[in-house]
Write a protein that binds this ligand. Structure first.
Ligand code: 5AD
Ligand code: FES
Length: 367
């Protein structure tokens, strides 16, 4: 049996059928997959993990995704919006602690006031860190003009998960309306890439109705789209969301966890020089879940540096880890954790995916 897996792992390119087989590997077989992914990681991006200090600055959200705990329709959420001053303090904290980069994330808003506020925050974040802090933003679907504005203000990486690359499944986990349009989301990803952002996307793993074939297609989608970064995590049901009704269709949490590790490992082999995040949702299932992801190909960790008082209100899913710790405690805890996983930490570096530069070179040749 393992021979079959070894044979697939030797291939230059995986077909959809190969990926499905890799996703279905048993306990013994998957060790081969994990070992190969670690080898590829070592050779192409090095055994090094980069930090992105994550600032979840507001849970006010105009959207209604069926899986998400902070969706507009959930009236039991205490909404918050951290002050600009607190956000900038968190940026300074990341800079002073040599994180190299921060991520701004919040619920989705497209109003003018929000767009301008972000622009100012980006400019100020650069100013208070001598232009040195790397800034990734994860603020949902916006117009191409807004993306450009934010790019010019200093953001250079953008995360926008496609959630599922299968349109039918997409509409099982989102309302089918103008605010949640699959094609608009795809267009947003194209816009980001065209503007010059290092572009990241991703999916949730273990969704109700999701098949191995869907997941294989997701990986092929990342490859075809030629993304620079991917963040994928297990889907974790939230009681106060519509998708909770389908909880009986779900795989046990441990299986969703293993499936996520397999997805990360396969992707590392398929896209050798990209950045892959070890999603926080992994840690909601296994206390050392992110470290396990680092061992099988991930190279980015996003420690939460949101002021602690607001952390418990940013629960996209339940059982979210580290909602009581302050940023200082997270740093100490993480350093110890990454040590266990065998990686070094890329302190003070932006840690851009080599893929971005490699991709740009190829683009130039194509002109
Ligand atoms: N379980 C896991 N991940 C979730 N996200 C939102 N809700 C959940 C959930 N219930 C993820 C989405 C989104 C990211 C910010 O968080 O993929 O893009
Ligand atoms: Fe869409 Fe939260 S409402 S991810």
């Amino acid at each position: 049996m393992s021979d079959r897996i070894s044979r697939i792992l030797k291939k230059e390119k995986f077909s959809k059928a190969d990926i499905v087989k890799l996703l279905q590997t048993n306990k013994e077989e998957r060790q081969l997959l994990f070992a190969k992914a670690n080898e590829v990681k070592k050779e192409y991006v090095g055994l090094k993990t980069y930090y992105r200090g994550l600032i979840e600055f507001s849970n006010i959200c105009a959207k209604d995704c069926y899986y998400c705990g902070i969706r507009a329709g959930n009236k039991n959420v205490r909404r918050y919006d951290i002050s600009d001053e607190q956000i900038l303090q968190a940026v300074k904290f990341a800079y002073d602690n040599n994180y190299g980069s921060v991520v701004f994330q919040s619920g989705e808003r497209m109003d003018k006031q929000f767009i301008e506020r972000i622009e100012q925050l980006l400019i100020k974040s650069k100013n208070i860190t001598n232009g040195k802090i790397g800034i990734t933003i994860s603020l949902g679907e916006q117009s191409s003009e807004t993306y450009k504005k934010w790019y010019n203000a200093g953001a250079h990486r953008y995360l926008l998960r496609i959630e599922s690359s299968n349109k039918e499944l997409y509409y099982k986990i989102h309302p089918q309306n103008a605010k949640h349009d699959f094609d608009t989301r795809l267009k947003a990803l194209y816009d980001l890439q065209k503007i010059g952002y290092q572009t990241g996307t991703g999916v949730m793993i273990g969704l109700p109705f999701q098949t191995f074939e869907h997941l294989a297609d997701d990986l092929l989608f990342f490859k075809a789209f030629d993304v620079d970064m991917v963040g994928m995590g297990p889907y974790i049901e939230h009681t106060e969301t519509p998708l909770y009704h389908h909880r009986l269709l779900l795989l046990p949490l441990e299986e969703r966890f293993i499936l996520t590790l397999k997805m990360i490992a396969i992707l590392r082999i398929m896209m050798k020089d990209i950045n892959i995040a070890a999603a926080t949702a992994l840690q909601a299932i296994d206390p050392i879940g992110r470290e396990k992801a680092i061992k099988v190909g991930a190279n980015i960790i996003m420690p939460n540096i949101t002021p602690t008082i607001n952390r418990e209100d940013y629960q996209l899913y339940e059982n979210k880890p580290c909602i009581d710790e302050g940023a200082d405690e997270c740093t100490n805890c993480l350093e110890a954790r990454i040590g266990i996983s065998g990686d070094d930490i890329g302190y003070g570096e932006w840690g851009d995916a080599p893929h971005f530069k490699n991709r740009k070179k190829t683009d130039l040749y194509n002109i």
